[in-house]
Design a protein around this ligand. Sequence first.
Ligand SMILES: [Zn+2]
Length: 155
Amino acid sequence: MAKQCPRCWEKVSPEDEVCPHCGYDFARRKVQTAEAEAETEQKKSVFPTPRRKDEGERTNAVYKIVLIALFAWAVLSIAGGAYNLYLGNWIQGAGFLGSGILSAVAAMMFFRREHCMLCAILILISGAATLNIPLLVISLGVSYLALCCKQYFTS
Ligand SMILES: [Zn+2]
């Protein structure tokens, strides 16, 4: 089947590397097209995809940090609360024990990725239950980070 020269529109033989009518170089055109395609392909793969991946990894890191912080706080706070109760510091003991239990519930919600809003509120109450201003401020930060992970939640 004959092909057509893209410059002079004359019919040429498929074996022809160069157009016999106007000297148009088919081979070079092909190489250029392949190069242009490779370049476009490279641009497509280099620019938008990794940036999206980076953002995903960063949010994923926040998710892991919040999850670890909640579980760690639950364990520490329940242990600390029990110890305070053992020493007879009833108010502080009950506060930390309550905080630890709330944190454990929030950690489970966070782990199961359910009820993001409720989870954030529980983290705040957990901080308030310690009756300690710096811990309340920290819980405010963790609560905010939990809300930042809303995209991972099913509800
Ligand atoms: Zn031609």
